[in-house]
Design a protein around this ligand. Sequence first.
Ligand SMILES: NC(=O)c1ccc[n+]([C@@H]2O[C@H](COP(=O)([O-])OP(=O)(O)OC[C@H]3O[C@@H](n4cnc5c(N)ncnc54)[C@H](OP(=O)(O)O)[C@@H]3O)[C@@H](O)[C@H]2O)c1
Length: 329
Amino acid sequence: MVQAKTWILTKHFDGFPKDSDFQLKVEELPAPKDGEVLLEAVFLSVDPYMRPFSRFRMKEGDVMIGSQVAKVVQSNNPAFPVGSHVVGRCGWRSHTVCDGKDLIPIMPDWPQDVSLSLALGGIGMPGLTALSGIEEVLGLQEGETLLVNSAAGAVGSMVGQIAKIKGCKVVGSAGSDAKVAFLKELGFDEAFNYKTVGSLEEALKKASPEGYDCFFENVGGPFSSVAIQQMKTFGRIAVCGAISTYNDTTPQTGPYPHLTMILKQLKMEGFLQGRWEHKQPESLKRLMGWLKEGKLQCREHITRGFEQMPAAFMGILQGENVGKAVVAV
Ligand SMILES: NC(=O)c1ccc[n+]([C@@H]2O[C@H](COP(=O)([O-])OP(=O)(O)OC[C@H]3O[C@@H](n4cnc5c(N)ncnc54)[C@H](OP(=O)(O)O)[C@@H]3O)[C@@H](O)[C@H]2O)c1
C-alpha cells in the first residue's frame, strides 16, 4: 500500500491566498489495476493560473490542480514502462494511480544533460505559451518591436528570447533590479523595473520612442492601460495573462481602452495555449533545438520539498521567482 501526500484547497481563496486555505493530507492508494500505473512526483509546477482556475475548476476539499513530472514506479500499462517519466495533470500529489489517458510521455530523445524539470517550463507549457502567443496570435515579424511584461518570469523570459531569435527589438519590464539584470543577460534590448520607474509612460517611451508593434500582455490592470497608449497604429496585443488582477476581491475598472483601440486600429486577442495542442510535439522539438544551440536560457526558481507547495505558489504571486517556479520533491 502506498501513501500519497496531497495538498487540499480547504477554503476558496478570498484575496491573497493564506496558509489556512491549504491542508496537507495523507491518503492510502490502491494498487494499480490492469491498464493503470503508479506515479511518483519528481517536480511539481506552481503557476499563476491556479489562482483564477481554483474558483471555477475546483470546489473546497479538492486536491489543488497542477502538472508534474513524475516517474512511473509500477505499471500495468505497456505504454508507460517502469522507470519512464511523464508529464501529468495529477494535481498537488506526491503519488498518483491513474490509467494513463491524460499522461504525456517525456519527449523521446530528451537529452541527459537537460533537467526533466524543464518539461514544466521552457520546454513545456510556459515555453509553448510564449511560442503560440508570438507566432499564432501576434504573428511577430522580423524588425518589429515587442513589449513583454512580467518579463523575467516563466513565460515572459521565453517570449523575449524567442522574439530576439526572430530578429526583433525586445523591451521587458520586471519587478526588481536583479530581474532587470537577468533580462539584460538574456539579450533584451531594453529592460526596466516597473516598481521603481517614476512614470511607466516615460519608461515605455524612452525604451522605444517610436512605440510598439506587439505587446505580449501577462499582467493586465493599470500597466495595460498605459502600455496600450504606446502602441503603434495597427499594433497587435496578445492577452496571455492578467496576474495583477487575480487576487482582486472587487473587479478593477477603467480607464477603458476603446477609443485608443479605434484610433490606433489595434488588434487584441486573448488566448489559451492549449488551442494549438496539435502542434505541441513539433513546437517542443523547436524549443529544445534552440536550447541545445545555446539560443535559449531556461532559468528556474526551484523550491525543495513537497511540503513547500503553498509557499512556492504564494511566492509567484509576490514576484519571488526569476524564471520558472518549480517544486522539487
Ligand atoms: N494564456 C495562457 O495559456 C497562459 C499560460 C501560461 C501563463 N499564462 C499567464 O501568463 C502570465 C505569466 O505566467 P508565468 O507562469 O510566466 O508566471 P511568472 O511570470 O513566472 O510568475 C509570476 C510573476 O508575475 C509577477 N507578478 C506577480 N504579482 C503581480 C502583480 N500584482 N502585478 C504585476 N506583476 C505581478 C511577478 O513578477 P514581477 O516581479 O516582475 O512583478 C511574478 O514573478 C500569468 O498572467 C499567467 O496567468 C497564461
